[in-house]
Write a protein that binds this ligand. Structure first.
Ligand SMILES: C[S@@+](CC[C@H](N)C(=O)[O-])C[C@H]1O[C@@H](n2cnc3c(N)ncnc32)[C@H](O)[C@@H]1O
Length: 365
């Protein structure tokens, strides 16, 4: 079993993204999940999971529990060690300095040499406490459905120890929308773009389509985790700009920082409601629907554009992820999709971002 350290402010969404790199993902505390198995190469490309570690054991969020777990654990490892402790969002009040020292001493007593700079094995000791929010059947957080106030989940107190197995590459800051060669207001930030690309199935050998690609943010992230990326946009300016960004980030000789070859890419001017693709041409579709005023909507009313794009997405792919300023759930069902999960990310008082994960009918469990 593995311990996942989640990032960002929405654990349910982080856990859903983690499912693209792990099986049996289950949230156990704020900022923490466990998984039955992981694919380390995919963990490196996650946006909202920082680390995956082979679980040693878990208990209450205090140092005595952590010590007891480590003293009792079978350790089938050789070489030098270091302990790194985290108090997730400062929720447990455990001193990470004390934890590192005490747990390090347990390992020394068991015959290990400590190397803080370049250890052969890193033991993660993670402490978290607070309400554990769970989703309802539609994947929407219950605390958000109530009234959007403070989270209402069951109180938990967890300490988990694990040997670090894989870390995600934290280079998203180098791709801030305003630092890209082509920038337009309304561009998606690279963390969200990576997460939705991963949920749509981006990985080496897969093809991901963004039929309203704008500046190409989703396509760049899909390409960096090795997927082949296809984009269309109704505006020639956007299609040209997306090409500029894709050339900049994907046409490099060295492997991507996540360790895989960058994917191929193709972008053309086109209408998302009439895609120039054969049925089932791609593995997943992602689109960020125009927010009415923000983005130019070529010839369509917004409702017709989204309904048409959902129907075309269903024709060319078995899975889609839609980001928007409203739910579009009934339009998705009309287009033949099942809602596998849905997330509401409050950006500020007057803007909530909706993320819907759509599966072809019959594939949701
Ligand atoms: C919210 S923006 C996408 C932003 C993009 N995710 C990014 O990171 O830059 C929506 C895009 O949809 C495009 N669009 C509007 N109507 C379209 C249509 N009928 N077909 C294809 N693209 C369309 C707009 O030109 C705009 O670039």
């Amino acid at each position: 079993m593995y311990l996942l350290e989640l990032g960002g402010e929405d654990d349910a969404f982080a856990a859903r993204e983690a499912e693209s790199a792990a099986t049996g993902v289950d949230r156990i505390a704020p900022g923490l999940a466990v998984a039955d198995a992981i694919v380390p190469a995919h963990v490196r490309g996650l946006a909202y999971t920082h680390r995956a570690s082979e679980l040693v054991g878990r208990g209450d969020a205090d140092l005595a529990s952590a010590r007891a777990i480590l003293e009792a654990a079978a350790i089938d490892r050789e070489g030098t060690v270091a302990v790194r402790a985290t108090d997730v969002h400062g929720t447990s009040g455990v001193s990470t300095e004390h934890a590192e020292r005490e747990l390090g001493q347990v390992l020394v007593d068991r015959g290990f040499a400590v190397d803080l700079d370049d250890p052969d094995h890193c033991l993660r000791a993670v402490f978290a406490a607070g309400p554990l929010e769970k989703s309802n059947d539609d994947g929407v957080l219950e605390s958000l459905e109530d009234n959007g106030d403070a989270p209402t989940g069951k109180e938990v107190s967890v300490c988990a120890l694990g040997w670090l197995e894989a870390e995600s590459v934290r280079d998203f800051g180098t791709r801030a929308p305003t630092d890209k060669p082509f920038f337009q207001p309304g561009s998606m930030d690279p963390l969200l773009a990576r997460a939705v690309a991963n949920i749509a199935g981006a990985r080496p050998g897969a093809t991901i389509l963004d039929p309203m690609c704008g500046t190409g943010g989703v396509l760049v992230e899909a390409g960096l985790v090795g997927a082949d990326a296809i984009g269309t946009d109704a505006q020639a300016k956007m299609a040209d700009g997306a090409r500029t960004n894709l050339r900049h980030f994907l046409e490099r000789d060295e492997p991507s920082p996540t360790g895989c070859d960058r994917g191929t890419w193709h972008v053309g001017r086109g209408d998302a409601t009439r895609l120039p693709l054969v049925d089932n041409a791609v593995d997943g579709v992602v689109f960020d629907a125009p927010y009415g005023r923000q983005s130019k909507i070529d010839t369509h009313r917004l409702e017709d554009l989204v309904a048409g794009a959902l129907a075309e997405a269903r024709r060319v792919a078995p899975r889609a992820v839609v980001v928007a300023d409203r739910s579009w759930a009934s339009e998705a069902r009309t287009a033949g999709w099942e809602i596998e999960s849905a997330f509401e990310r409050r950006v500020h008082r007057s803007l909530t971002r909706y993320v819907m994960v759509l599966e072809e009918a019959g594939r949701c469990q």
